[in-house]
Design a protein around this ligand. Structure first.
Ligand SMILES: [Zn+2]
Length: 417
């Protein structure tokens, strides 16, 4: 999903310790230049999928971070939400929404056309998808989280969004991110993500660095709560136990930050929430039974909570839209809705038509949910659903009102400027 690029080398880079040179590097390493005054310390922690509904009635750094509020997310998944959070821009401005978009000319998977003569069972099976996943991650520069979540037969028609590491300068194609801002202002910082570390390693390494380092900004992205909540959204005791471990670790980081700078700011935020799953619906089967040909008459990508369609035949378009409109567990998003959600792309690269499931519903089969995966929690529903809400927790009142995750960027920008 994200390209692991080597640490940039310039006059402010420092030599990574031996462990980091073996591949355990903490992202961009920066030290202050001579004569530049020390800024106030900022520790920003992004916890994937830790929604407001999960923590609002749980103790989670309540004493340390008394400024607490829910934030509306953007429709979609982390691939759209985090770039918005890091830039303050809508998906239509960042260019980042879902991971796969229609791009037959630019597809990095064109070579798969050579295998299109193979029968369906030989081309689309678990082994082939695993092979493509490994090729994508190791040879095609798709990053460590790349999954083959589109049928291999259709992949030559699609491009993949996150070839660059979005947690680095220039990682978000359509907009300037907080990392571009830090680099352009030569603000010393460290960022820690799944590209290099597990959550436990990030928390351990960040604490050590905050104790001994001289950077002004520490950006921690913790991604493992997402998986925990997908698997155990309704297991309240288990969630509490695991979150209390994160709480303890983050409290220690907060104490270290205050020891170094008593005016330090610590903020914990998330990109979206997680809704309990209660039902599933076989939309793939319903649409397939209409009998139209893929890819000659239409294309479909079934994400966990959204189906996206491209039409090349008017009869297919009319019949599929009629079927979707008769489907009670979701709805077709109007252009007005797509526009207000910031996802009305003029070239329709993410789909001419988007069908969104109601909260708590899941497709029985989809390109994203592999066979046999029955998550207890899912995200990617309407942002107006309370279970979609993200969080903002801080020890300081933000300098501007916050309503959505897009408001986090100006808040971060003000804190480092
Ligand atoms: Zn997730």
């Amino acid at each position: 999903m994200r390209l692991l690029s080597l640490p940039q080398t310039n006059e402010t880079s420092v030599q990574a310790p031996a462990a980091e040179r073996r591949g355990k590097t903490a992202g961009a390493l920066r030290v202050p230049q001579e004569g530049i005054p020390q800024r106030k310390l900022l520790v920003f922690v992004l916890i994937d999928a830790l929604g407001w509904q999960i923590i609002k009635d749980r103790p989670f750094l309540n004493d340390e971070l008394p400024v607490r509020m829910p934030l509306k997310t953007v429709l979609g998944y982390s691939s759209g939400a985090i770039p918005t959070l890091l830039t303050g821009r809508k998906p239509v401005e960042t260019g980042h929404w879902n991971l796969f978009y229609y791009d037959p000319q630019g597809s990095p998977f064109k070579w798969l056309r050579w295998f299109s003569v193979l029968p369906e069972w030989a081309l689309d099976n678990r082994l082939v998808r695993k092979l493509i996943k490994e090729l994508g991650r190791r040879l095609l520069g798709m990053g460590p989280l790349f999954e083959c979540s589109v049928s291999p037969r259709l992949l030559p028609l699609f491009n993949y969004l996150e070839k660059l590491n979005i947690y680095r300068k220039g990682g978000i194609s359509g907009a300037s991110s907080i990392f571009d801002l830090l680099e352009s202002h030569k603000i010393p910082y460290k960022s820690y993500t799944y590209h290099q570390f597990s959550d436990a390693e990030i928390l351990r390494q960040a604490r050590a660095d905050i104790q001994s380092g001289r950077e002004s900004v520490y950006f921690l992205y913790l991604c493992e709560v997402d998986g925990l909540l997908h698997r155990n959204r309704t297991q309240e005791t288990l969630i509490s136990q695991r979150l209390s471990w994160y709480e303890r670790e983050l409290r220690e980081i907060f104490v270290c930050a205050l020891k170094r700078d008593r005016n330090a700011t610590m903020t914990v935020a998330s990109d979206h929430g997680m809704a309990p799953v209660h039902s599933s619906y076989d939309l793939v089967g319903r649409i397939a039974r209409l009998g139209f040909k893929i890819p000659q008459q239409y294309l479909a990508v079934y994400d966990s909570t959204m189906a996206r369609y491209w039409f090349f035949d008017s009869a297919a378009r009319a019949a599929i839209i009629a079927e979707l409109k008769a489907t009670a567990c979701g709805r077709v998003l109007t252009d007005a809705e797509l526009n207000s959600l910031g996802i009305l792309f003029p070239d329709r690269r993410y789909g001419e038509l988007v069908f969104l499931l109601n909260p708590g519903w899941l497709f029985t089969r989809s390109d994203f949910n592999g066979g046999g995966w029955n998550p207890a929690g899912m995200h990617g529903y309407d942002p107006s659903d309370p279970n979609s809400d993200a969080i903002f927790l801080s020890n300081r009142t933000p300098p501007l009102p916050l309503n959505t995750i897009a408001d986090i960027y100006p808040c971060l920008a003000a804190a480092v400027s």
